[in-house]
Design a protein around this ligand. Structure first.
Ligand SMILES: [Zn+2]
Length: 211
């Protein structure tokens, strides 16, 4: 498995592009330039494809929890160097979805990353609403509101947050979560995922079935 190193990507959200044209002089994509992303930075280890995709599926859908250790190692490798975090937060799962799966994959990954970064894991938020992402169009996903997440008052004020999830697809869920954390006073929100969908060639739209 190779780290994801596209030739052209946004300096802030690291969305890959086929060429430099969507990027401005500072290297930012239109969503980041307009402040519509919802988070301040995004980092991922690899492309959501091939072996990495298979490993994530084994972890999530075949519920092999021990996969959290090797995937957590890849996550820690993708964490930004030289940036300090006050807290690590796992992307919350709606209680019913968690009940169905038996665990939240992001919780297990967050534990590994937090130990390596020496930052505490906190769980200040709850997910109120969680539509099935597969089958939603891009614009439907983008409408996901910040109120999809509840943040307990006084838990994230002034904190630099590292938000953990397994896969970043459109970034809509991470954006909604980031906006909720920012409204609750978080100083900075970075998103760290094991993999991210590469939509440059269109194929990821068909292959992706998760958020
Ligand atoms: Zn961007």
């Amino acid at each position: 498995m190779e780290p994801f190193t596209p030739e052209f990507s946004c300096v802030q959200c690291r969305t890959p592009f086929l060429n430099e044209f969507p990027l401005d002089a500072d290297g930012r994509c239109p969503l980041c330039r307009e402040g519509l992303r919802g988070f301040d930075a995004a980092y991922s280890f690899g492309s959501y494809d091939g072996t990495l995709r298979k490993l994530i599926h084994i972890f999530k859908y075949e519920r092999v929890r021990t996969m959290a250790a090797p995937l957590g190692t890849l996550l820690a490798r993708a964490a930004p160097r030289g940036r300090a975090f006050d807290a690590v937060i796992a992307m919350p799962m709606h209680w019913y979805r968690r009940f169905e799966r038996g665990f939240n994959q992001a919780d297990l990954l967050a534990g590994h990353v937090a130990r390596r970064l020496g930052a505490p894991v906190i769980a200040p938020m709850r997910r109120r609403w969680s539509p099935r992402q597969s089958g939603l169009t891009m614009s439907e996903r983008k409408r996901m509101p910040a109120k999809a997440f509840d943040v307990r008052p006084g838990t994230v004020e002034g904190k630099r947050i590292l938000l953990i999830d397994d896969v970043l697809t459109t970034g809509a869920t991470a954006g909604a979560c980031g906006r909720a954390l920012k409204s609750a006073g978080a100083a900075h929100v970075s998103v760290l995922t094991v993999a991210r969908a590469d939509r440059r060639f269109g194929a990821a739209v068909i292959r992706s079935g998760v958020s």
